[in-house]
Design a protein around this ligand. Structure first.
Ligand code: SF4
Length: 180
């Protein structure tokens, strides 16, 4: 088990870390403002969840997993010969999503289940990702890194195309280690 930090990281933190470390750091100090597209996505997710649950043989409800040093919510867990974490997305596919799913698989495995497959549902289109010890090891490293970023000094701003539509753009360049 990794050395505990006072902050307990989540798969959502891994998603933010992979998006932009500074975004993760800012989100823990300023919260994540809900954008119209996020609110719309949450509404769509409810209807989608029922359809996906029926198709995958899962309970149509999120599963909270407390694994001690790390914890978090998995959108759904399907039960087959092994447990299958399911992450529901209503937006466009992004490379960061798979790291979030791997971190969710890490939690499911930490609960004592065997995990060899994870699913990202982009609407009703399913992306199936193999989960091996290698993905679980990377997931653990990313969870540790997320906790270090949250507890550490502000990561430097990155000038990337993502900045153009980032919610934190108005405050990003002036953000310091001071808590609000
Ligand atoms: S504005 Fe750019 S550097 Fe700042 S948090 Fe957003 S994506 Fe990261």
């Amino acid at each position: 088990m990794p050395k505990p930090t006072s902050y307990r990281p989540t798969p959502w933190d891994v998603l933010e870390l992979e998006w932009c470390p500074r975004y993760l750091w800012l989100s823990k100090r300023h919260g994540v403002p809900t954008t119209p597209s996020m609110a719309k996505g949450r509404q769509e997710e409810q209807a989608l969840r029922k359809k996906l649950a029926a198709a995958l043989g899962a309970e149509p409800k999120p599963v909270y997993i407390d694994a001690g040093w790390t914890h978090g919510v998995v959108d759904m867990v399907a039960r087959r010969h092994s447990a299958v974490p399911v992450e529901i997305k209503t937006g466009v596919p992004r490379r960061e999503h798979k790291w979030q799913l791997y971190a969710e698989a890490y939690l499911v495995k930490a609960q004592g289940h065997s995990v060899s497959l994870g699913v990202i549902a982009y609407g009703e289109r399913l992306a199936r990702l193999q989960i091996t010890p290698a993905e679980l090891k990377v997931a653990e490293a990313l969870l540790i890194k997320a906790a270090e970023v949250v507890e550490g000094p502000p990561p430097p701003p990155r000038k990337t195309p993502k900045c153009a539509y980032c919610q934190y753009r108005p405050i990003c360049s002036g953000a310091t280690n001071r808590l609000p």
